[in-house]
Design a binder for this molecule. Sequence first.
Ligand SMILES: NC(=O)c1ccc[n+]([C@@H]2O[C@H](COP(=O)([O-])OP(=O)(O)OC[C@H]3O[C@@H](n4cnc5c(N)ncnc54)[C@H](OP(=O)(O)O)[C@@H]3O)[C@@H](O)[C@H]2O)c1
Length: 394
Amino acid sequence: MAFAVSSSKAARVAAPAAAEKRAAQVCRVSSRSASSVRPVVVPVSASRARATSVIVAAAATASPSIADKFKPNAIAKVPITQQKQTCIITGASSGLGLAAAKALAATGEWHVVMACRDFLKAEQAAKKAGMAPGSYSIMHLDLSSLESVRQFVNTFRSSGRRLDALVCNAAIYMPTAKEPKFTADGFELSVGTNHLGHFLLSNLLLDDLKQAPNKRPRCIIVGSITGNTNTLAGNVPPKANLGDLSGLAQGVPASNPMMDGQEFNGAKAYKDSKVACMMTVRQMDKRYKDSGVTFASLYPGCIAETGLFREHYGLFKTLFPPFQKYITKGYVSEDEAGRRLAQVVSDPKMDKSGAYWSWSNSTGSFENQVSEEVADDAKASKLWDLSAKLVGLA
Ligand SMILES: NC(=O)c1ccc[n+]([C@@H]2O[C@H](COP(=O)([O-])OP(=O)(O)OC[C@H]3O[C@@H](n4cnc5c(N)ncnc54)[C@H](OP(=O)(O)O)[C@@H]3O)[C@@H](O)[C@H]2O)c1
């Protein structure tokens, strides 16, 4: 498999690995002695909710001078050319994101920054997945708050790590919700989290990607077959449709929570958000053609048992995995899906910008066609302009 480290590869990464190890040793010493790093030490016995609020509070109250001292990673002293490649993965505490983090970290060539809203859950998940200490770090990110996105970018920058790949993976899906929920900024939760949070994050981190010593840094936003109406799965009602974007123009607020301005539907809101993710990748490719960054999206297969379906009916959760395994044959395990995503991050052959990748069980990866709506560049451009305004970039 592409992620086994060959001896020649191991030799190539030996210098960065040694530098990272030295940095980790320094970090352990400083975290025992420096009182300034105390805010990130979350008590293991604390409840998840309390721990999360501790992290948010630490980030929210840090003045710039404290933030400067607050460089928990001695990696900041290692020149970026001697650091391992770094990949940020949002929503790496479970499912696809965790599996991809595990696959990348296991190569020995990547350091993974797990950008998660629940620090303890992420730490426990990484340990359970067997990820080696030092092969990953966890930074707080709640995509349902634009302020949190901005704070994450500041925290990442102050860590001194290079950035070679950004994977916008986190998502929520509320197929049974009767009423919409909203982000801290008042956007409908699915669109606000899956699309607008990632829209801001990827735009803010573009400059960091451009500075990567890696010749071809990558920005990947996870898409879905369910947003592509040129497929069977994409034709299961309610179908994705951004309509005239009149709801988004208003910021998908309580009075108009769907992007197309129609009545709220939780399943459709997810599918619409995935259309927006795939359109954003295509727009990035057009708008940042000369940036040297590769922009891509993908559908990794149906990972029928992940937490994405946590809000679905019990019967659905029981029947969906065997249905995908034996009837549609679209089922893919978390590990396999994680390897696929890791491949899009690191495989030199998957370097085409603007591509939407899929896999066939027999022939492997291929560049897939997106739906007519996703390919509608005029609509995508309008989506971009509205999104930029909503997140404060325009
Ligand atoms: N499962 C499938 O069949 C399938 C198919 C196609 C595409 N996908 C895509 O794959 C990606 C991952 O989904 P998954 O199936 O692996 O589901 P998952 O296990 O539920 O993973 C979703 C991740 O997103 C995180 N998240 C949710 N809201 C967040 C927020 N406000 N801020 C930060 N992180 C947040 C979750 O964090 P918590 O752990 O804290 O909840 C979790 O780590 C999604 O983009 C999804 O659209 C999935």
